[in-house]
Unconditional design. Sequence first.
Length: 79
Amino acid sequence: MEQTDSKPVIPDRSPLQAATAAELAQKVFASKARRRSWLAALPVEEKYRRFLQLQRMASEIRRAAGKPGPAPWPDSFQP
């Protein structure tokens, strides 16, 4: 099937209109690297708090699906 529609994938009003796929990928990967660096620089206490939050979310999803699993860890942090 031949494509005859010449519309750009990204709408005209988007600032990314002229960007190529390679340029978009480069921006995405650079953004991901910045976020990873930012997360790595967080204090251990904040990392633990975020971990507990993810653990509670996973536990709730597991229970909603009717599957048993380990209970989330306690909220207290003691290094």
